[in-house]
Structures are given as C-alpha cells and as structure tokens.
Design a protein around this ligand. Structure first.
Ligand code: SF4
Length: 429
C-alpha cells in the first residue's frame, strides 16, 4: 500500500489545478515538520481559508500517450492502481489523523474515460455514504466520459475540473492525439450547465442534490508548446466568460520526458512566465483589465516588470491619477494600489483629502504607486519619463532624487549584468 501511495501521489504532483505549491524540504531532525512536493497540497476556500488536501491519482496506468506526460503509456515507469475502497480508506485515515482536510482526486485513463470516472465515483460514494465524510473533495472529470458518469461524480464532489491541457487545438493534436478540443470542452459545458441548474434547484428545494457546488476550474500547460502569452491569456479570458470557471491554473512545463516534439529535458520550467500569467489572470478577474489591453497579438509578458506596471508604463498619458478624485476603476489601474486599498481610498476620501501618509496606512505600496499618483501635494514640475520610472522601479532610486533632476536613462552606466535587463525593459530585444 505504501509503495502505491508513493507512486500515485508522486504522479499527481504535475497537476496544479488545486492551487498547490510544490517544494521539497526535509526535516533535519531538530525541528518540527517537513515539506514534500507531492502528497498533500493546499487550496483556498471561498472564505479565504487554506485547506490541505490529499492529492492523489486513482491510477497511473494510462491508455493514452500524451507526449508531455510522465504517465503516458509508452513511458517505462512503475505503475499502480488503487481500488475505490483503498482511496476512501486512505482519505479517511489521513483525515482522522488530522493530516488533511480534504481530497483532490484525479486519474490516468484506466481503460477508457467512462470506466475511470466510474471508479472515481465509487471511491467518493464510499467516502460520502459509508464513512459519512463531509470534507472538501475536488475531482477531475475525464474528457470523453459519458455525461451520466460525470453527473454522478459531480454529485459527490465539491469542485470539478477538466484540464484544457494545451493552449491550442494544434498543440493538442500534436502532443495529445487521443484528446480533442471538443472532448475537453463538452464536459466543461455539461458541468457549467449542471452547476447552474443545481443552484436553481437548491434555491427552490432545500434537499435538492448539489452538483459541484464549489464550481469548476481548469489547468493548462505553459511552455510545452509555442503559444504566446497573448494567446494563452485570450484563451483564459474566454474560458472565464464561456464556462464561468472559478480558476484557470497555469502549469509551467516540467520536461520530464524526452521527445523531439518538446523542449529538451535540460530546459528549466518557465516559472517566471507562469508567475506573470497568474498576475495577469488576477488583473482579468479583479482589476477590470482585458487580455487585449495587456498584450498584443503574439506578445509575451515582460519578465522584468509585472503586467500592471508594464501596462501603466505603456499608458503614461493616463497618469498621474489624482487619488482624491479618480473613479474606483482608475485607482485599480495604479501599480501599488490593490482592490482593498482602492476601496479604502474611496471610502476615506469622503471625509478628508488623502496625503501620502494616509495612503501608506491604507496599504498602498508607495514604492510603486508614487510614480503614478498625485494627492494634493505640490507636484514636481518634472515630468517622469518611462525610462526613469523603470529605472526607479528596478533600482529603488528614491522618488525625491528622481524628481530633483530629471534623470536620463543613460545618466549612469547600468550595473554589471543589468544591461540586458534594461534593454529588455525598453523593448530593445
Ligand atoms: S491522459 Fe494523457 S495527460 Fe492524462 S495521464 Fe494519460 S498520458 Fe497523462
């Protein structure tokens, strides 16, 4: 059993659609606790609580041969499959020991998608009906499974997800020929409609069955194929709009298999790119940005500046923003002002004019925001240029120094190793 557990928790670590951060840190025996990149992951509930989940595959014996996947049928690795009862018992035993608060269950395709979904459903049935487990469960729907099987799974799960896998149909055809865009989008549509219908029923009848009440999410792999960040972000935006997803997760491709169709195995996972996509995803969901505002056709994000700063620098004509007058939507576009601080500003300025000290107390990150705001103090006559702000943001040049004399970007030599960084910022390559 332990060997199976090792194989199937390790095989599950490539799936990030549950909000997890993989890190390995062994205890040296003198302290308490240790971290492992597989086994237990974390997710956040609607009220912001962090919940630890047992993250596991039902099986890694896969009928498919997706080029990017460590579990693909042609890969020579140890294989294992849990029975539904084993999954249920593991979960409940871990729960009783207080190791976990819920389960994240996925699986390779055991035989065919419907059969796999039925096995997963049976595991959840045992947990919910026999063990009376009321904890959080996230279950993966397997594309290609029939809708009855997906529906039954959704009656036991809190959240469901269907992985979109790759950002374009072309890449899907090339790297995962057993999967089609249609077979992935069809369960997403079914789950979206099932959630909507179920929430109407639950509103009308107290005991109506709940179908995936915590919504659905998806994951896509970044860096295994050649789509630009613009393409990925546009797809993300349309997934939120069409399927009402709770989250789109990005997974930096970890080159675990050697294939002429993929980046070589010594390529590092594009973690910073993944991070920029998460920042942009945040801007789509909470800051009122659209994908087209953030990137143009074929573009990738600037790896040195976050997407909001990058946008602000490309739109200096919209700044400085007067924090005592600007509408909420414009405050949200200022680097260093988050949703909470924008709300605080709007509420506090009804009573008095706000100065930098007041903004600081409200949580505004002045180190970033001060280049883009004015708040009643006499503004410097110096018009800050894009280059000067970039330099200041990167090197922490103080605002007073910057405004006491307009700095030219080429006033000083870039620090050793910084020349390429600065060129990149200016779009010179
Ligand atoms: S279906 Fe493809 S991605 Fe999923 S486990 Fe099998 S080979 Fe891997």
């Amino acid at each position: 059993m332990f060997e199976k557990l090792k194989i199937l928790t390790d095989a599950a670590k490539y799936d990030v659609a549950c909000t997890s951060s993989g890190v390995n840190r062994d205890s040296d025996g003198t302290g308490i606790g240790s971290a492992a990149s597989c086994g237990i992951c974390h997710t956040f509930s609607a009220d912001g609580r962090c919940v630890s989940l047992l993250k596991i595959l039902m099986s890694n014996v896969c009928a498919y041969d997706c080029a990017y996947c460590v579990n693909r049928s042609s890969n020579d690795i140890p294989r294992a499959t849990f029975t539904p009862r084993e999954i249920a018992e593991l979960t409940i035993n871990f729960y009783r020991r207080n190791y976990i608060e819920g389960l994240f269950l996925s699986s390779a395709v055991v035989g065919n998608p419907t059969r796999t979904t039925e096995l997963m459903t049976e595991a959840l049935r045992i947990l919910r009906e026999e063990y009376r487990f009321f904890g959080y469960i996230h279950a993966k729907a397997i594309p290609g499974a029939d809708t009855d099987a997906i529906y039954r799974l959704g009656l036991y799960a809190d959240r469901m997800s269907v992985n979109i896998e790759l950002p374009s149909e072309k890449s899907l055809n090339l790297l995962a020929p057993s999967k089609t865009r249609g077979a992935i989008l069809s369960p997403m549509t079914f789950i979206r409609d099932g959630i909507k219908e179920s929430s109407h029923e639950v509103a009308k009848f107290k005991h109506a069955p709940k179908f995936a009440p915590a919504g659905q999410s998806t994951q896509m792999i970044v860096g295994a194929s050649d789509e630009s960040d613009c393409q990925i972000l546009r797809l993300t935006e349309s997934l939120y709009k069409k399927f009402g997803l709770k989250r789109v997760f990005f997974s930096a491709y970890v080159p675990a298999v050697s294939s002429s169709l993929l980046p070589s195995t010594d390529t590092k996972p594009p973690l910073l790119r993944e991070h920029r996509l998460y920042q942009a995803d945040w801007l789509l969901r909470y800051y009122g940005f659209t994908a087209n505002e953030l990137l143009e056709e074929g573009e990738n994000f600037n790896l040195y500046l976050d997407p909001k700063c990058n946008w602000a620098l490309a739109h200096l004509e919209s700044f400085p923003v007067n924090v005592n007058k600007a509408p909420f939507e414009l405050l949200l576009r200022v680097p260093g002002i988050g949703v909470t601080s924008a709300k605080r500003i709007v509420s506090a300025r009804r009573a008095r004019a706000l100065d930098l000290q007041a903004l600081k107390k409200m949580g505004v990150v002045l180190k970033r925001a001060r280049y883009f705001i004015e708040c009643g103090e006499k503004n410097s006559d110096v018009k800050l240029t894009e280059n000067a702000i970039i330099r200041a943001l990167l090197s922490d040049v103080s605002y007073s120094r910057l405004t006491s004399k307009q700095m030219s970007f080429f006033d000083a030599q870039p620090e050793a190793g910084g020349e390429e960084e600065l060129k990149s910022l200016l779009g010179q390559f």
